[in-house]
Design a protein around this ligand. Sequence first.
Ligand code: MTE
Ligand code: MO
Length: 387
Amino acid sequence: LDYSQDPPRILSNYLVHAPKPFNAEPHLPLLVNAGLITPTDVFFKRNHGPIPDIRLEDHQVYIGVQGLDESQPVEWKALNMHDIMTRWPKATITASLQCAGNRREGLAQLKEVKGVIWKAGTISNAVWSGPRLCDILKDIAGVPEDLHNEMIRNYHVSFEADDHVKEDACYGSSIPLRKAMDPLGDVIIAYEMNGQPLTRDHGFPLRVVVPGYIGARSVKFLQKILVQPQESTSFFQRRDYKILPPWIDSSNVDTAWDTTVSLGEMNVQCVICTPMEKEIILCPKPVIVKGYAISGGGRAIYRVELSVDGGKTWEPVDKIEQTPDKISGMYWAWALWEKKVPKILTTSELVVRAYDSSGNMQPEFPIWNYRGVMNNAWFRVNNVTQM
Ligand code: MTE
Ligand code: MO
């Protein structure tokens, strides 16, 4: 794999875990201080291979339907970028992407895990624009609009990228067709991020944005969309992004993939971004503790609680900022919260936890799994040093 054509990045904004493929998370205080909308050059970057060098004028997206009889060939229809940008209304959605491996570090501390050892910055929030996938599938693939239709209940939409990775022929993934066709599901095919054309790192010229789902489903460099009776057969759908059971490790992992469900919606998550672990704080000034919280499936963050004594006593945070989508009313974007703590001591242990609108709360302790995904344990900050 050739990385010589990768784009430049502002490296000082990031903790870089690997240069090839480029995998980097923004520093936590920068992430939260940058505001509700993460600037593109601060947004986390997660890749499985080199960034493809695609020309807008040449790019084609192929759309097809695979029926139950797999011996029947798929009739592909091609759209160019002009079609994508002009044939359907342009929808604009503010949505956070979070990698399922966010906070993997917390699981790696318990037992060996496979994957990039991410800290808590593998999440960002942006404004995305492009046509709705439901409009395209209705017009080009003839998918019925009626959500009670049997096809909508049972089929999946798989996506393939125009990139090269070592695990498979290309990056790929799928979502249930019901998510794609749900008018309140807000799945779009984005060609803009934060009001600008997508940057190469974030999927130029076109990416899927699946709000409320783990980041892995938002396929970048989108080249193929296939409606089919089963999930994508891609490595990234079938052999990755699953919460394997606790008795599965590197010795027996191949026995468990087919019986473990693929991840879709995110779980409830909350992190302290500032102060950081072992940060030096000037006292006796009060400290503003800040962080993010998010849940999956468009569920709202309902409450955020902070403890300064390791979880013995809790108080609500002072302020939670979260805005639902203007049309669907769904909470696809993260919440930023803050709380003024009059005095932090060297012995204080800060802990945060959030509840979503379904009453889901984060677990007190991390739940180890071999792929190190979906760690949403209470977030703790220790060893803040006073000066
Ligand atoms: N799409 C392609 N083509 N290649 C990839 O490596 N990574 C996925 C997803 N889409 C990936 C991809 C994963 S695991 C995540 S978390 C998000 O993209 C990251 O999106 P970002 O790099 O824009 O932050
Ligand atoms: Mo990811």
